[in-house]
Structure formats: structure tokens, C-alpha cells
Ligand binder design. Sequence first.
Ligand SMILES: Cc1cc2nc3c(=O)[nH]c(=O)nc-3n(C[C@H](O)[C@H](O)[C@H](O)COP(=O)(O)OP(=O)(O)OC[C@H]3O[C@@H](n4cnc5c(N)ncnc54)[C@H](O)[C@@H]3O)c2cc1C
Length: 469
Amino acid sequence: MDFLAAATAIAGPANVLSAPDDIAPYGVDWRGSYKGTPAAVLRPNTTQQVSDLVKCCIDHRIAVVPAGGRTGLAGAAVPLANGPESAVLSLERLNRIRTIDARDFSIVAEAGCVVQHVQQAAAEAGRLFPIQWGAQGTAQIGGMLSTNAGGIRTLRWGNARELVLGLEVVLPDGRVLDDLRRVRKDNSGYALRHLFIGGEGTLGVITAAAMRLQPALKRIETAYVAVPSPDAALSLFSRMMESGADVIAFELCANYCMEMAAKHGVGLRIPLPLESPWYVMVELSAAHESIPLREIMEGTLGSAMDAGEVLDAAIADSEAQRQMIWKIREDYPDCSRRDSPSIGTDTSVPVSAVPEFLRIAERELKARWPEGRMAAIGHAGDGNIHLSLHAPAGMADRGAWVGRAADMEPMINAIAVSLGGSFSAEHGIGQSKRHAMATHKNPVAMDIMRLVKNAIDPAGTMNPGKVLP
Ligand SMILES: Cc1cc2nc3c(=O)[nH]c(=O)nc-3n(C[C@H](O)[C@H](O)[C@H](O)COP(=O)(O)OP(=O)(O)OC[C@H]3O[C@@H](n4cnc5c(N)ncnc54)[C@H](O)[C@@H]3O)c2cc1C
């Protein structure tokens, strides 16, 4: 039996796609930077089908590229352009919430559940699934875990990794590793789940996850704040952290980013005039109604204003205003994409080094590409700044800009690493940062990663050409 017939016998004809129009969306990444043609798109809806399809791929010497919501920003869910024959294994139909237990503060969700649906299910049970970022309406649990996604609340609840209690994974040989347990304490040897979290599909296919929930937030206050500099933002961050409230988000955005949001955003209303060089979006929460959160927010902003750290501030007066602040942040990547070609980065540094990082980066970028326009936005509360260099006004040819400023990304990576940071904060390695792994990753760590890859996937079937250089 040929590959398509064998896969069809497992998943049914509607779930083995091979027509060019059907497979085309699975062959290109969100940014449109990476393209590859899958031999087929496989859409299982049970763990058993995932296992049978993985074995079927091995039997026919076809590589497996797991795909979730395909919002990843490192080209990791797309087959290589000139790589081995590959099938995209889309988890979109494996999308049931298996259990939700409010007493346990836990949820067990299949890999294809859209992150926002898991947030909603948690909210209906009176709980919080805390991770939040712009693509949550499309990204899936499997993709979120395989990239160890971060987002705006990492400073409070950590990356996706911190949410996981247990995993169910189909290994490259088709066996199922059933470690889907909800216990909080288990020191029975190596914590294998951590290999698959952030593994970008190179070690197996996550089919379900048991994850922690938090108590629902009882009070929340959100402010959009104009600050004179990243140093002032850092001082404001300390004030907020010491305020007695929980700081659950602290984002820093350059004025140029807000200009792009104002220009391209649909229905966005920027709360303050575009007159300040930098803005902060800050959110405080409290788990009890009695905590005077509004006074804490006002008092902290007031003292920061007296100290010259804050120029102006708008505190959300309604849920609609609060959501507008986060819509500006979440719609920004799309506004930036529509504005002009750019080269992006995903670096992190210690929180205290954010101002220094931005100072050096701006100086070096101006020296090398004075015609480029620097955009800096990011999760300053956890040290993760996304810095990009946009083409000069009027230049629409992405290829030409990448050709001229390709060195920008390695340069920014090197600055971050020199300050004790990382060249890959939250988007993963995929295809786009393999070169940086070769440059910056500790050689001993690289050796161990190769040993692990060879031990678990000796045939190299799982997502070839990703992560490891
Ligand atoms: C507008 C926008 C904003 C974003 N903001 C953020 C942000 O703030 N923080 C952040 O961290 N990321 C952000 N991202 C990146 C992206 O949303 C995340 O990386 C997300 O976790 C990817 O999930 P996905 O389901 O789309 O995965 P995909 O893109 O489909 O896949 C990503 C990787 O995971 C693998 N994979 C997918 N499912 C599985 C599975 N079940 N088992 C094994 N491997 C699997 C793929 O092979 C690939 O390697 C943003 C993206 C966009 C478009």
C-alpha cells in the first residue's frame, strides 16, 4: 500500500490532505518567510491515530512535522524547502478538554485545543489559565508547549513550562509515553516532560497535557503609561513590584511601535497622545476584593510621576478600556507586519540590563544602518525585548531589506548574550535561529542535546532540520 492509502486507512479520506490547495496553508509560516511542500497533511483525532500515523510515516520513510495553530515565529511547523519528504501532522482535530478539576486547580487538555478555549474553560470553572499573548485565539496547547511560549504574564506565572504537571506524548517510534498525571510532587527519576516542552516537535508529538490552573483574579487594574526612558520604566517596575499588589504584566513599547499600531490597527484607540518616547503597559491584580488595588495603582504612579519617572498615565476605567490596552499590544505584531519589511529578534537579558541593552542596540543600529527604523517592544518585566529594524520609508521589498541588513539579527543576539542574556527568549529556534545555536549555545549543552535527539529519535524522523544546527 502506498503512503497516502496507508494513512487514509488510519485517519479516513477527509483527514489525509494531498491536493495542492488543501496543503498550501500548511506549507508556509505566519510571517511568510519559510515555505516547504508537505507530501500530505495528516489530521488525526485520537492519540491512537497519532501513534498509527507516526508508525506509518516511519514505514514509508517520511518525516513528521507536527503542527498546531501555525502561529510560530521561527519557521518550525513548516517542512524544509529542500529537506526530506515530510508529512505535516496537524493536531487541530485532537481538541477535547478531557478533565477540568477546580479543586485540584488543574485541567487536562488535548494538544489541538486552542489556547483561548482553554482559558475560557478555566474561567467557566472559576479558575485562571494564566498564559496570554497575541496569538492565543489560534495557537494550540501542543504548539504552546512545544515552543515553551511566554507572553505578557511570564513575569508572574512563568513560561508554558511552569504550567505543566504531566504530558502524553507519541514518541518517534510510535510508542505512547503516558505521563499525564496531575500530581504536584513526583521525584521518581528524570522529569522527562521537560524534554518535550520547548522541543519544537523534534522529539515526539505531544497529544495531551495536564496543566495547573490558578485562582480567578478578583481585582485587576491596568494602566497605559508614558515614560521618558527605559531607565525610568525600570524604576517604575521596581515601584510596582514593591507596591503590595501582584504585577502580572509589564510591557515596554517604543513610540514608533505605537505609531505603527495607530496607523494600521483596526479599531485601536491609543489612550495617550503619541508624544512620549516610550510607553509602559502595566497590570496589577489581587486575589481578594478587599485589596485597594486602584489606590495602589494611583499611588504608585503618583510617586513615580513626582520622581520624574512617569510623564502621563491613563488607568483603564472599564473592562472595555482594559481590553483596548491589551488589544493594542496584541495587534501590534500584525500592524508591524503590515507597515514595512523588517528584521526581527527575540532576545532576553536580565531585567536590570534592559535599558543598557536598548542603549547599545540603538547606538550600533544607527551606526550600521542609519536609514533603518528601530522598533522595540516587549515583555520588559521578564527582560524579553523584541527589537526589529524596519526598512526605510517607501522601501517595500523585503528581500532587498533582508539582503542589506541581514547582519542585524546576529548583532543584536551578540549584544544580548554579552549582557548575560539569550538569543532565543520565547519563540524557539525552528529554522530561523539554528545559526545562533551554532554561535552562542554552550558546546557541552549542544553535545547533550544531540545525544538526547539520537537516543529518542535515532532515525531523525521528527521535524528534521529544526532546532539543532
Ligand atoms: C501575533 C503573534 C503574537 C505572538 N506573541 C507571542 C508571545 O508574546 N510570546 C510567545 O511565546 N510567542 C508568541 N508568538 C509565537 C507563537 O504564537 C507561539 O510560538 C505559539 O506557542 C505557537 O503555537 P502554535 O500552536 O501556533 O504552534 P505551531 O506554530 O503550529 O508550531 C510551533 C512548533 O511546535 C511544534 N508543535 C506544534 N504542535 C505540536 C505538538 N502537538 N507536539 C509536538 N510539537 C508540536 C511544531 O512542530 C513547531 O516546531 C506570537 C505569534 C503571533 C503570530
